[in-house]
Design a protein around this ligand. Structure first.
Ligand SMILES: [Zn+2]
Length: 490
């Protein structure tokens, strides 16, 4: 059962074979940090977070590079996004960059996205970009006009191979006003001459200027991952021109394939409509997190395959919250029983044979999860197998046939797959390390104890107050013959 990836470049699933055995070099186009990150970012980066987690779980040594664009990403009217943001907030461009880079990482941390191994910034890699542009000029793929440098698309016949567009067709749809200095309307800027009063600019062999957006990804991926690396990821919306230009620049400069596997994430919709600034239906991650817990957002994202669109709505998020809570409560129930083995009830039906059968059933769930993930990171199927397992395990506990051995196996699956791989039960994965939910759970147990003591002392008013106050916080206590348990309200 080995990993298969849908390679967008070839439009088909392929067995994954890394350049160097046992290692994966992966690059994902990062955010342009000029405003708070939105749900589209959440979808893409949660998806690749799980890709990296799965690769690591499978034993690969992964180097994950995700850039931070802080210069050169222009709006359709030719204005630099960073400069526009800086003017909007009346701050230095680099102050703006710092502000939104921190905001971005805050959001990612909240969503349980593990940080990339390297987060290179475009402004910190100007010499590397200049070197690459010089090489492209030397090799005849690029030309200088009036202090700007352009890539000549006609010199690279494979231009369009990722997006499936042809140069002739592209010309018609071109929105940006054609710069007359270009030799061909589709030629794209590698280096842009800076006007006199431009703030973000650097000296270059062609005078003061700044890099075009695409060249940073070629230069930085090469620097950290080599000329040919394994996986290049990004949102499908950047396929053209951005990703297409990256391929052209890198393959023209070094004469070898750029990335072997292209993985592109599907768009994020809000109530069935594509999210866009002009429609005013932008939802920032921060706003979404005010309404929904991070795990529910993550559950929603992973309930869709990474390369399919995902449709965000309040109803869908409510369902995701319920789905996550069921999983969480299931895992909690198992763990609580393991923490208090005296509460494990075994009925007459519990025989060694039965235990062996249940462990075999859990192995089946484990295999289902693994094959779902190995089939192009099919997280909806993988989550489905955990949900089915939860239904079974709950039933087994109710019937008194879930022995300690069975519960330990189930806990192991929750920890490895629900925690380490999907990051949905992420605190479950950090047992003993004092994660927030760990502390929360300990605190609730403490209150349950205090309530029990109050009841023993016949102080029923205090006992009821504890139950009620917890209920107000969405924590429901349930008194059972074997003691009091708790669950999150759904
Ligand atoms: Zn990029």
């Amino acid at each position: 059962m080995s990993l298969v990836i849908y390679n967008y470049l070839k439009r088909e699933k392929e067995p994954f074979v890394p350049v160097v055995e046992g290692r994966v070099h992966m690059y994902v186009c990062g955010p342009t940090v000029y405003d708070h990150a939105h749900l589209g970012h959440a979808k893409t980066y949660v998806a690749f977070d799980v890709v990296v987690r799965w690769l690591r779980y499978s034993g690969y040594k992964v180097r994950y590079v995700q850039n931070i664009t802080d210069v050169g990403h222009l709006l359709d009217d030719g204005e630099d996004r960073i400069l526009k943001g800086a003017r909007r907030e009346r701050v230095e461009p680099m102050e703006l960059v710092e502000r939104y880079m921190r905001s971005y990482f805050e959001d990612m941390d909240a969503l349980g996205v593990q940080r990339p191994d390297i987060s290179p910034r475009a402004s910190g890699h100007i010499p590397e970009q200049i070197e690459m542009i010089k090489l492209l000029i030397e090799k005849g793929y690029a030309y200088e006009v009036n202090g700007s440098v352009y890539f000549s698309v006609e010199k690279f016949p494979e231009y369009g191979k990722l997006s499936g567009r042809r140069i002739e067709e592209m010309e018609a749809g071109k929105r940006v006003a054609v710069r007359e200095e270009k030799r061909h309307p589709m030629d794209f800027a590698l280096w842009i001459k800076a006007p006199e009063n431009h703030i973000l600019k650097w000296p270059s062999p062609w005078g003061w200027g700044y890099p075009g957006w695409h060249i940073e990804c070629s230069a930085m991926s090469t620097k950290y991952l080599g000329h040919t690396f394994d996986i290049h990821g990004g949102g499908v919306d950047n396929i053209f021109p951005h990703n297409e230009c990256e391929i052209a620049q890198s393959e023209a400069a070094y004469g070898v394939p750029f990335a072997n596997y292209w993985m592109l994430t599907g768009s994020l919709l809000v109530n069935g409509v594509k999210m866009s600034k002009s429609l005013g239906n932008f939802v920032t991650i921060k706003d979404a997190l005010k309404k929904h817990r991070a795990e529910a957002l993550r559950f929603f994202i992973l309930s869709n395959k990474y390369n399919s669109p995902a449709d965000y709505s309040e109803a869908v998020l409510e369902a995701a919250t319920k789905g996550w809570e069921r999983l969480y409560n299931g895992a909690q129930r198992v763990r609580r029983l393991l923490d208090h083995p005296e509460q494990i009830i075994t009925s007459r039906d519990s025989t060694p044979e039965m235990t062996a059968n249940l462990i075999e059933a859990l192995d089946q769930y484990r295999m289902k999860f693994v094959s779902a993930m190995n089939d192009d990171f099919n997280t909806p199927l993988a989550i489905g197998s955990l949900q089915d397992m939860t239904t079974d395990v709950n039933r087994w506990i109710d019937k008194g046939i879930a022995t300690r051995e069975v519960l330990e196996q189930a806990a192991d699956i929750y920890r490895a797959f629900g925690g380490d791989v999907l990051g949905l039960l992420r605190w479950e994965a950090t047992e003993g390390s004092g994660g927030n939910a760990q502390r929360e759970a300990a605190l609730i147990e403490l209150l349950i104890e205090l309530r029990a003591e109050a009841r023993k002392a016949k102080d029923y008013a205090r006992a009821d107050a504890i139950r009620q106050r917890l209920a107000n916080l969405g924590i429901i206590l349930e008194d059972t013959p074997s003691g009091t348990t708790w669950r999150l309200a759904s």
